[in-house]
Design a protein around this ligand. Structure first.
Ligand SMILES: Nc1ncnc2c1ncn2[C@@H]1O[C@H](COP(=O)(O)OP(=O)(O)OP(=O)(O)O)[C@@H](O)[C@H]1O
Ligand SMILES: [Mg+2]
Length: 254
C-alpha cells in the first residue's frame, strides 16, 4: 500500500454556526486526477482551502503525502504547527484559482520567478531558466515579457499555472480554473491541465467542465451540502449516478 497523496478522515469545518464540511472522507492517490463536482455552496472551495491550510479543520484528520496538515503528532498527541512550518507544508502544494491573482506590476516571467526566489532563496539564474521552460510548456514562450493586463484571461491563467509549478509542487489544486474565462479560452487552459495530468502530476480539480472530468479524470466525487454524496470513476458517476441529488445536479449541467 502506497501512501495516499491526500487523505481526509471525517473532516469537519464550520463558519460560525454553519457547518460547511460535515465529515468528508476521501483519498487521492499519487498521480491521480481527482475531480470534485457539486452545487454552489456545497463546500468544494472550503475543502480545497483546508488541504492547503488556508482554512483550519475543526475536527477529523487531513493529511498530504502522509503528513498531517497543520499539525504534528508526537506520542499520540496533536500539536499545531507554527507559521513557518505551515508555510513549509504549503510550498509543496500549488493552487490555481478561478481569478488568476497574478501580480499586476510584474511581467509573466517575473510572476513565475517570484516565489522560488523570495520563498526558497534559489539562485536567480536557475529560477529564470526554469520559469522560461515552464512558460514554454504552457504555450507562452513568446509572452514572457508581458504584464497581466496585456494578456488574455486564458493566457493569464496559464501564467498562474506556470507560477504554481515553479515551486515544484507534489500536488496541484485547481478551483474552477476556467469558469471566469470566455468560452473560447477555456480549451487552451484545459489543454495545459491535460498535459500536466499526462506528466503524472497529482491534481484535485473543482470544475464544471464535465468533458474534462470524463476524459482526464481518474476519480470523480459529487459533493452536496458538505458531504460526499457519490464517488467513483467519472464514467460511473456521470453515466450512471446512483443518488437523486447527483442525478438532479447532472441533469442541469450535462
Ligand atoms: N470565510 C467564510 N466565512 C463564512 N462563511 C463562509 C466562508 N467561506 C465559505 N463560507 C460559506 O461556506 C459555504 C461553502 O462555501 P464554498 O465556497 O466552500 O462552496 P463551493 O462549493 O466552493 O461553492 P461555489 O461553487 O459557489 O464556489 C457557503 O455557504 C459559504 O457562504
Ligand atoms: Mg467554490
Amino acid at each position: 500500500m502506497t501512501t495516499p497523496m491526500v487523505k481526509a478522515e471525517d473532516v469537519h469545518k464550520s463558519f460560525g454556526q454553519v457547518e460547511v464540511l460535515k465529515g468528508i472522507n476521501l483519498e487521492v492517490r499519487a498521480r491521480e486526477v481527482f475531480c470534485l463536482l457539486g452545487p454552489s455552496g456545497s463546500g468544494k472551495s472550503t475543502f480545497l482551502r483546508c488541504i492547503n491550510h488556508l482554512e483550519r479543520v475543526d475536527a477529523g484528520r487531513l493529511s498530504v503525502d502522509g503528513q498531517l496538515v497543520g499539525y504534528k503528532e508526537r506520542a499520540g498527541k496533536l500539536y499545531e504547527l507554527n507559521e513557518n512550518e505551515i508555510a513549509d507544508q504549503r510550498q509543496d502544494i500549488g493552487m490555481v484559482f478561478q481569478r488568476f491573482n497574478l501580480f499586476a506590476h510584474m511581467t509573466a516571467l517575473q510572476n513565475v520567478m517570484m516565489a522560488p526566489i523570495q520563498v526558497r532563496n534559489e539562485p536567480k539564474k536557475d529560477v529564470r531558466e526554469r520559469a522560461l521552460q515552464l512558460l514554454e510548456r504552457v504555450g507562452l514562450a513568446d509572452q514572457s515579457h508581458k504584464y497581466p493586463s496585456q494578456l488574455s484571461g486564458g493566457q493569464q491563467q496559464r501564467v498562474a499555472i506556470a507560477r504554481a509549478l515553479a515551486m515544484k509542487p507534489k500536488l496541484m489544486l485547481f478551483d474552477e480554473p476556467t469558469s471566469a474565462l470566455d468560452p473560447e479560452l477555456v480549451g487552451e487552459v484545459l489543454d495545459v491541465m491535460r498535459n500536466l495530468a499526462e506528466s503524472g502530476m497529482t491534481m484535485i480539480v473543482v470544475t464544471h467542465e464535465i468533458g474534462f472530468a470524463r476524459e482526464v479524470g481518474d476519480s470523480l466525487v459529487f459533493m452536496d451540502a458538505g458531504v460526499v454524496v457519490e464517488q467513483g470513476t467519472p464514467r460511473e458517476v456521470l453515466s450512471n449516478p446512483q443518488h437523486a441529488r447527483t442525478q438532479a445536479f447532472l441533469s442541469k449541467v450535462l
